[in-house]
Design a protein around this ligand. Structure first.
Ligand SMILES: *[C@@H]1O[C@H](CO)[C@@H](O)[C@H](O)[C@H]1NC(C)=O
Ligand SMILES: *[C@@H]1O[C@H](CO)[C@@H](O)[C@H](O)[C@H]1NC(C)=O
Length: 437
């Protein structure tokens, strides 16, 4: 029997059948309990025992006592595993018999695996889950690949993409379109930020399903046009038909960078006026990415670049105020102040960010600095007054809290004393705290 499918393995086009065949022939040692098969890109968790054809064991995750995990179908493991595990259900134990072409080939893997070795793996599949594509792996965007794409590049910010999309919420399709647009402009088309992040993780021709949490979807407000309530988890089936990357920073000379910066600054300002703050911020960030570390600027262009960077940081600070992300506002104000340490807007906006972060003392210091430098700034004066009010309220709250705490401590101490008295039989004298040691 083993001979039979080793021969079949010589015909790669039959490999899919081979796997079925091995199952038909009873090489599934234990049927799985799961109903679904893992998808390409899923993280799978297995135990395995590997032996040579003559039964010599060479590797075992069971012996190590630790499950092995890998991303399916990505070439992280030998081919036989990418193909074999894709046919398994959770709970299943299968025997995968792997010809050298699907294992370690003519070279083998010294010292344990000789050249041209056929290997036998007993594999048990425990769990699989979609791939988390967010930077911080916060579980906000999970991908299940339906059809793998090709090529080694992915779209970047500003890339021109062509996409077929189908968005659904609780099983109902709310958006189905074919779109051609530049990444960064999605908000204008009613796309949540998660869809653009998803596209930036895709390869040409790929079709995938993405599960998008509210943070990367329509947030706590939802979307009235599509009838999506707040805090809704969305599903998007995306197919990236084709794309053309935007030029990367290193592909541009300094003249191009300056020229493009002026263009995207206009674009950002237009979005800002339309209230599309996220989208505006994407454009301003591009300026920073091009000019922040540009050192080969010709004489006379330095100042132009500096002015563009300053504007970008000030505008980003404003966008993040609108988006209620004060710590990003704070960071951009700091960057702006590195370029111009008495900048009125940077100081004022940092004050606003600190106020939103409830750092009223530091906020007041920034507003006071504005007044000191620009005595006619009335807004800063009223902000100082607001800070003072908050600081005073905070003090009073603290006072009440402490008063309360002291009261509680006093009550607790009294109770403990009383309890001690009980334990000691009531009549015994309780040691004074001063008397210890
Ligand atoms: C492995 O197989 C290849 C192709 O069948 C053959 O050319 C080679 O000599 C073999 N190597 C060893 C060490 O057996
Ligand atoms: C510029 O260089 C600094 C320091 O090396 C780095 O932290 C920053 O990310 C760089 N900025 C860009 C846009 O590449």
């Amino acid at each position: 029997m083993i001979i039979l499918f080793i021969q079949l393995l010589d015909m790669p086009h039959l490999l899919g059948r081979w796997i079925l065949l091995t199952k038909d022939k009873g090489l599934v040692k234990q049927e799985g309990t799961g109903t679904e098969l893992p998808m390409t890109g899923d993280k799978v968790f297995v135990h395995y025992v590997g032996t040579l054809l003559d039964g010599t064991p060479f590797d075992s995750s069971r012996e190590r006592g630790e499950k092995f995990s890998f991303e399916l179908g990505k070439g992280q493991v030998i081919k036989a595993w990418d193909l074999g595990v894709a046919t398994m259900k959770v709970g299943e134990i299968s025997q995968l018999i792997c010809k050298p072409e699907y294992a370690y080939g003519t070279a083998g893997s010294p010292p344990k695996i000789p050249p041209n070795a056929t290997l036998v793996f007993q594999v048990e599949l425990f769990e699989f889950r979609g791939e988390d594509i967010t930077e911080g792996e916060d579980g906000g965007i999970i991908r299940r690949i339906i059809t793998k794409g090709e090529g080694y590049t992915k779209p970047n910010e500003g890339a021109a993409v062509e996409v077929c999309l189908e968005g659904s919420c609780e099983g109902k399709v709310f958006d189905k379109r074919e779109l051609k647009f530049e990444l960064g402009d999605g908000e204008s088309l009613g796309l949540p930020s998660g869809v653009e992040k998803a596209l930036m993780a895709m390869e040409q021709g790929e079709e995938s399903l993405f599960i998008i949490k509210p943070k990367y979807g329509y947030g706590n407000t939802g979307n009235s046009k599509y009838n999506i309530p707040g805090e809704a988890t969305l599903q998007y089936k995306l197919k990236l038909t084709t794309f053309e990357k935007a030029k990367e920073s290193w592909e541009m000379n300094s003249a191009e960078k300056l020229e493009q910066s002026i263009i995207v600054k206009e674009k950002g300002t237009q979005y800002f006026k339309e209230g599309k703050y996220r989208q505006a911020s994407v454009q301003y960030k591009r300026i920073v990415s091009w000019l922040e570390n540009e050192s080969s600027l010709p004489e006379g262009e330095e100042q132009k670049a500096q002015a563009l960077r300053l504007a970008a940081h000030l505008n980003l600070a404003m966008c993040f105020l609108k988006l209620q992300e004060p710590s990003s506002t704070f960071d951009n104000c700091d960057k702006a102040l590195e370029l111009d340490d008495t900048n009125e807007k940077a100081l004022f906006r940092r004050g606003e960010a600190l106020f939103a972060m409830k750092e009223f003392d530091r906020a007041r210091a920034d507003f006071q600095r504005v007044i000191q430098l620009y005595p006619s700034n009335k807004a800063a004066k009223s902000q100082v007054a607001l800070c003072q009010k908050q600081i005073k309220e905070q003090h009073e709250k603290d006072k009440r809290l402490y008063a309360n705490m002291f009261q509680k401590f006093a009550e607790r101490d009294a109770k403990e004393e009383a309890d001690k008295g009980m334990e000691n039989g009531g009549g015994m004298e309780v040691e004074e705290s001063g008397g210890q040691e």
